[in-house]
Design a protein around this ligand. Sequence first.
Ligand code: GLU
Ligand code: ZN
Length: 308
Amino acid sequence: MEVGRFAPTTSGPAHPGTLLAALLAWLDARHRGARFLLRLEDLDPERTTPQRGREMIEQLTWFGLDWDDLIWQSTAAARHRQALDTLAADGHLYFCTCSRRQIREHGRTIPGGGYRYPGTCRERPLPIDWRERTHDAVIRLRLEPGVETIPDESGLDLSLDPWHVHGDPIVRRRDGAVAYNLAVVVDDAAADVTRVVRGRDLASSTATQHRIATLLGLPEPTYRHHFLLLEDHRGKLSKSGKSVGVPELRERYRPVELCGVLACYAGLLERPDAIEPRRLLDGFQWSRVRTDDLEIVWDGESLQRVAS
Ligand code: GLU
Ligand code: ZN
């Protein structure tokens, strides 16, 4: 059976981009009769709290979405440790003590932001007591150079050499939490996820995730990356995640109204008429969903599309 999922990081309230991504993943799964999972990615002990997780559930429910299973990623610690053990036993991991400043000074910039890890600690062994020594260093995965060719259902080219572009990824952070790229692969496989539908901002991490899945011998889902809502935030465009949150939007919109606006942005409706998500299932097709990113602005009362 096909299984889709929505996997938000619960570090703050949902925003228009969160709802759009949830809606598209939900439509993709539901219109093909797949199971649909909500996985709350709550591994970051500082930024993600149980309260924020509960708020995400409440906000997605308010919007009109549902799911067959709910997974709190933080309950999967044993599975994450096991994956680290496997990678360590196969000799793929090493300790890295580089500071952010060192990486900035020696690493190239990555398209889309951040710095490539230059590989400074790559030849270091993993100490025997690495499991206990969480605060001394991060743990990285030693990648072999080489281009990965991964098909994206949307036709987007995901081919990239993860080592060359991003450098060796962190798999365990200094606070002991398992890092996103490892957790997402392990948890998607554990839940038998067959379809990953997510925003294009995550497209470039797919090659790294593919490598991790290969090293762990895990099956892989098909990928589809969709357009993003870009929000004008003090003159600077960012992925819609920095400004208006669902609590504010709720003061102005009923859920069906907001769904109509987002569906219209996505190309699924000609006019932003109020509609429930389930009424969009009939006739849902990816060929109707826009492909280029869309700039929007919140003027304090309503969401507006920025004319281009
Ligand atoms: N938790 C990630 C995020 O919110 C997305 C995970 C995924 O869809 O692969 O950005
Ligand atoms: Zn290092």
